[in-house]
Write a protein that binds this ligand. Structure first.
Ligand code: SF4
Ligand code: SF4
Ligand code: SF4
Length: 284
């Protein structure tokens, strides 16, 4: 590492908390001023995770994580949690959706694994703090991108992301066990000292393919597409089902949605005839 880069990183470390703080303030300020509705021109890519379908097959979580991490040569340092690098992972439902709305949650959701990844926020605090534009929101479709060659490892973005979606390579990722046998040309490996995260499989999108995690789902447990397209599957799912997003109060406008309930089940009431019979019985 050169002296100038080391000097910059030292300065970056000292200022990271201040910058992240201002990013959070900025996000809240945007919210209090009234967040602009998302652009209706161009694409607005989004991912929908159907937790009702995932509940039917717990093994699918691991398969989806493996599909993503294999496709992107994500390093695996085993039990070394401090150095963990992750693009998609699971946490219990109540941790994933830890907010005031979920102090009391349905028993069947408690402890259930929930898939988490970068939310490709419409209003991302992470991109605003990057001093080198190594991460940015792509104007044409809203994907929050990464350029590892421009990343100087200052970790401003890690502090600014309220979802823990970014990982820093404390160790050399090329020496991780799970990289053995992978084709290094399939996806570029990263180096020690850079940040990485899910990029909505931009390399697959460029080839006209769906994201690897979506392709790993056999029964439509995940869907991906353009929310600005009224005919898209994601638009249909969000129109027909009740979906939630992580920490909506922050004003970041996540583009990953979770279906937790079919609203029709909330509207189901006993047929009038049955109600009548009970009432009749009660009076008999
Ligand atoms: S989830 Fe985090 S890393 Fe992803 S766009 Fe939002 S703030 Fe940035
Ligand atoms: S992407 Fe790299 S350079 Fe940009 S804020 Fe994150 S760590 Fe710093
Ligand atoms: S969209 Fe692609 S990069 Fe993101 S979690 Fe899914 S497979 Fe991984």
């Amino acid at each position: 590492m050169t002296e100038s880069r080391r000097g910059f990183l030292k300065l970056a470390g000292l200022s990271a908390v201040a910058v992240a703080g201002s990013a959070a303030v900025s996000a809240k300020a945007t919210r209090s001023e009234g967040h602009e509705p998302p652009a209706t021109t161009g694409k607005r890519l989004a991912l929908v995770v159907d937790l009702r379908k995932f509940a039917k097959d717990d093994a699918l979580f691991a398969a989806v994580v493996e599909a993503c991490h294999k496709a992107h040569s994500v390093p695996d340092f085993g039990d070394d949690a401090k150095n963990e690098v992750k693009w998609i992972w699971t946490e219990p439902f109540e941790t994933a959706f830890h907010s005031e709305e979920f102090h009391y949650i349905r028993e069947d959701l408690k402890g259930k694994p929930t898939l988490l990844l970068c939310n490709h926020c419409d209003n991302p605090p992470c991109t605003r703090v990057c001093p080198t534009q190594a991460t940015w929101k792509r104007a044409e479709d809203g994907v929050v991108m990464m350029d590892w060659h421009r990343c100087i490892g200052c970790r401003y973005c890690v502090v600014a992301c309220p979802y823990g979606s970014r990982s820093f390579n404390w160790k050399d990722p090329r020496k991780a066990a799970n990289l053995a046998g992978l084709d290094p040309k399939a996806f570029p490996t990263r180096m020690r000292g850079v940040v990485e995260k899910c990029t909505f499989c931009d390399e697959r999108l460029a080839r006209g393919e769906e994201p690897a995690c979506v392709a790993a789902c056999p029964n439509g447990e995940m869907a991906f597409g353009d929310l600005n397209d009224p005919a898209s599957e994601v638009r249909r799912l969000l129109t027909e089902h009740l979906a939630i997003r992580r920490r909506p109060g922050l004003g970041t406008q996540p583009e990953v949605y979770y279906i937790v309930e079919d609203p029709r089940s909330l509207m189901e009431v006993a047929p009038a005839a049955e109600v009548f019979e009970v009432e009749e019985g009660g009076h008999a």
